[in-house]
Design a protein around this ligand. Structure first.
Ligand SMILES: [Zn+2]
Length: 95
């Protein structure tokens, strides 16, 4: 399923993610660009910031970060978060 709202374009990526597949770019309501990478099978548990629930080992999910971080690109990369796919997609539409 494709949604016209989503954008993807060639970009430089974090090397480890570049090796694993492609990273797409999505724009938040405030105009910041987020890089979003689909993980087919997580290797550890994460807490989803969307629902505060656990993303289990082996569960497909999204990892997202922004390089438009107020503390700098590197901080944004290091501050990346793992989301349930559904929570990430619902993120911009909860108002
Ligand atoms: Zn979630």
């Amino acid at each position: 399923m494709r949604r016209s709202k989503k954008y993807s374009r060639p970009s430089r990526e974090l090397n480890s993610y570049a090796l694993m597949g492609y990273t797409r770019i999505e724009y938040a309501d405030d105009g910041r660009a987020f890089k979003v990478h689909h993980i087919n099978s997580g290797v550890k548990e994460y807490v989803c910031p969307g629902c505060s629930g656990i993303i289990r080992v082996g569960e497909p999910h999204e990892v997202a970060w922004t390089e438009d971080h107020i503390l700098g690109k590197e901080f944004g990369q290091n501050d990346r978060r793992h989301w349930h796919t559904g929570c990430w997609e619902a993120r911009g539409r909860r108002r």
